[in-house]
Design a protein around this ligand. Sequence first.
Ligand SMILES: *Cc1c(COP(=O)(O)O)cnc(C)c1O
Length: 433
Amino acid sequence: MTKENIYSKMGISDEVFAFGEKILESLETRFKEIDKTAEHNQLKVIAAMQKNRVDAACFAESTGYGYDDVGRDTLERVYADCFGTEDALVRPQITCGTHALALALSANLRPGDELLSPAGKPYDTLEGVIGIRPQKGSLAEYGVKYRQVDLLADDSFDYDKIREAINSKTKLITIQRSKGYQTRETFSVEKIARLIKFVKEIKPDVIVMVDNCYGEFVECEEPSNFGADMIVGSLIKNLGGGLAPSGGYICGTRECIENCAFRLTAPGLGKEVGTNMGLMRQFYQGLFMAPTVVSGALKGAIFAANIYEALGFRCVPNATESRHDIIQAVELGSAEGVIAFCKGIQAAAPVDSYVTPVPGDMPGYESQVIMAAGAFVQGSSIELSADAPLREPYAVYFQGGITWYHAKLGILKSVQAMLDDKLLTKEKIKGEM
Ligand SMILES: *Cc1c(COP(=O)(O)O)cnc(C)c1O
């Protein structure tokens, strides 16, 4: 069967297929760069595994207290070596990214300390953690103060205000790498490195934490290679490689990680306890796969930006700019557009492909939200997924794709759904060819 034939069997019309192929031709150089980054990161992972003599014994299940868990302890050394840190905490007991971030913050802050965000508002869920939004158990309830310096109009750091905000009480500085659901740009590792250097010059002993969610392996280096005391993220995003069914990680200095371990389990117990729940093989293999998986997700994001920009929709990041995370926003301009896009993504899924996503109410959101995901791991956003609040400018955020081929199919399916729903014309697609 030819390539065209199999796509047509999957419901992709000839003109949509040809349009996609035409766009792809222009992306050869960029895809090569992505492959080079993946290659570099792949070797980094293998080197860390070889150095720590990973073997079959590491994949054994432990139970109960999990004392002397070789697999767990070795995995944490692999993470530390891979990201150039003294130590790491990588555990299935860390339930999600927010949990990992809350853990890193609460473990390293004490009453009377100040937490500073020099890059504007943090991720939504952290508002409750910090207590920006009143929340039981927040850092604010424990007497931790929060300060924030907003970005300048051009998304650059307001260095003067940051200098003013740092004082004798400033204990920890949190920097969020990915834009999440904000409209600012995602920070490159280089930009974060400059900020870390700046704040460390003012206060050498301040702890710098980077929320690394969605940024891992997008570049050849991580913020931990430039002085971040902790990098933090979720294993159902990039580093789980699509295989980890849960978990989170913190890589950082010995002292920060010790604090995190005492907070995760109990003071005095720390890293010594915690069963691996029989998940070690998935964690190791997920990390091993992660560079390739992230490269597929990146290719999907760039392909989508080029497709939709050619069709006249605003994309953030745009078709040509450099990438620092795996998230792509497309402003479709109408509720119908957003719904059709999500239908297309859902129809391309290996799991739950027969389901039709519909907008619904979500706790914490003022407008209705539509989500598309057909994932092996529930809520996994390294797998191809899309969501959108139904309000102006009707932007859909999508990310992931464990393989590039799946991401490609999802995007072609979304274009097909827009065409079938008469939100695009054949002429428009042909006009772009
Ligand atoms: C996903 C994400 C989080 C929170 O992770 P969850 O696993 O959803 O709790 C925090 N920060 C950023 C930038 C994220 O992308």
